[in-house]
Design a protein around this ligand. Structure first.
Ligand SMILES: NC(=O)c1ccc[n+]([C@@H]2O[C@H](COP(=O)([O-])OP(=O)(O)OC[C@H]3O[C@@H](n4cnc5c(N)ncnc54)[C@H](O)[C@@H]3O)[C@@H](O)[C@H]2O)c1
Length: 413
């Protein structure tokens, strides 16, 4: 595979981060080996079907057709690469602590094949020190004898799936090397695929900056979620207040309340930060409080929705609209819709859900949007969702997305 005149990058993990990176590298003229340990994902990609909404099948097919890209499970192909990027998941474990098992597995699998003078970059989100204290020692222990010099860098991915403006290419990229040679090599790679590169002085700074960015969002979302409850108790429309505050041209940024936070970043990354912070023996409370506020939102929303139905209605029927965590995506990881459905059922409701981008979830199928219900809860509004039909039929709706305006039968969070 590949063009022998071109330089080669291997990208480990072909998901929401790794596949767009692979396409950007192809675009920049690199030979790209997309490595993933999921057989089904590799087959899907090689058959020209993109598993990621931000990459269309036509972009994928043109990369496959160019002979510059292939997906594979075969880690031995890493021997051909001068750059290896790691884009595997970094979730939480059962105790909601960082779980680096997948990252360590990936590093253990790639290390025996790296060639001398390879640059290894971690794009996965993790706590400061992950590159230096977790990845580097595994590589140094398992690398082939001939690979005497390996370069290491951190370049945390900031991609925002389904964002129509900011993408992998035009979002400034933080880059730091473990030493000067690593820094130069990493900058050279990222300048080849990104419009803007921001060098920082150490991998720990890059890793910490990524955690700060997502913790900033978690805390501000918690603030508006709590604020929404305060406004609700006092009969003030929270979104009108937010619209009003948003007219301030400086020192304010708009966040909206919702059913909670989902996906693999906002609910997860701040807990990498708190875990890391606690390693010094100190305790810090703000992030934990924010996490708690967001995690109790599904219960609050369930109670709010049921309070709008007559107490005489035994076993009220509730339709949950949108179970993906974000508009425009079929991604249900960490979706707050899960807790919402559980709370509604624990309160005696009969619950069905509709999501045009998610066919099957938690062993249940999406129902039609006209499923007869006493109240519908709009959790995530996809452009494909036929909300107007519900409005015309006069269905009572609790809108948690601030996307339906001036409708008598619609309540707001
Ligand atoms: N999704 C986002 O919006 C986003 C944004 C910025 C950063 N990140 C971070 O990027 C990293 C990757 O996230 P993602 O959303 O792309 O995950 P993902 O689940 O979409 O993709 C990860 C891929 O890695 C593969 N994988 C897992 N273990 C592997 C192994 N040992 N060897 C080879 N492949 C393996 C999986 O099969 C999967 O296809 C995480 O650290 C995440 O926090 C994600």
């Amino acid at each position: 595979m590949g063009n022998t005149n071109k330089r080669t990058v291997a990208i480990v993990g072909q998901g929401y981060v790794g596949l767009p990176l692979a396409m950007a590298a192809v675009d920049a003229g690199w030979n790209v080996i997309g490595i993933d340990n999921s057989e089904s994902k590799v087959s899907l990609i090689n058959s020209g079907i993109s598993p990621v909404e931000d990459i269309s099948d036509s972009v994928l097919n043109s990369a496959l057709g160019s002979n510059l890209y292939t997906a594979t499970k075969d880690f031995s192909l890493i021997a051909n690469a001068e750059v290896v990027t790691i884009c595997v998941p970094t979730p939480l474990d059962q105790e909601r602590k960082p779980d680096l098992l997948l990252l360590r597995n990936a590093v253990e699998e790639l290390a025996p094949f790296i060639a001398n003078e390879t640059l290894i970059v971690s794009e996965s989100t993790s706590y400061p020190g992950t590159l230096r204290q977790e990845i580097l020692p595994i590589v140094e222990k398992l690398k082939p004898r001939g690979a005497s010099v390996i370069y290491y860098a951190s370049a945390p991915e900031r991609v925002n799936p389904a964002d129509p403006v900011w993408n992998q290419k035009n979002t400034p990229r933080l880059v730091a090397g473990i030493n000067e040679e690593s820094r130069i090599k990493a900058l050279e790679f990222y300048y080849s695929i990104s419009d803007a590169v921001v060098p920082v002085t150490s991998p720990e700074v890059a890793e910490a900056a990524k955690l700060l960015e997502n913790t900033f969002r978690l805390v501000n979302i918690a603030l508006v979620n709590e604020f929404a409850q305060i406004c609700n108790t006092n009969n003030i429309n929270v979104n009108e207040v937010i619209d009003a505050a948003s007219t301030k041209p400086y020192g304010y940024m708009t966040f909206r309340p919702g059913v909670g936070v989902g996906g693999h970043c906002i609910p997860v990354d701040p807990l990498y930060l708190t875990w890391w912070a606690q390693q010094s023996g100190n305790t810090y409370s703000l992030i934990d409080s924010a996490d708690k506020i967001n995690r109790q939102m599904p219960k609050y929303v369930a109670e709010l929705a049921l309070s709008s139905i007559s107490a005489d209605t035994k076993s009220p029927k509730v339709l949950v609209l949108g179970v993906a965590y974000k508009s425009g995506l079929g991604d249900v990881r960490e979706t707050p819709a899960s807790e919402l459905v559980d709370h509604l059922r624990s309160l005696g409701a009969i619950v069905a859900w509709h999501d045009p981008l998610v066919r099957n979830w938690r062993t249940e199928n999406s129902v039609e949007i006209n499923w007869a219900c006493d109240v519908a809860i709009l959790v995530t509004r996809h452009p494909e969702m036929q909300i107007d039909d519900l409005i015309q039929r006069g269905v009572r709706i609790l809108d948690c997305t601030n996307t339906i305006h001036n409708q008598a039968q619609v309540d707001y969070l």
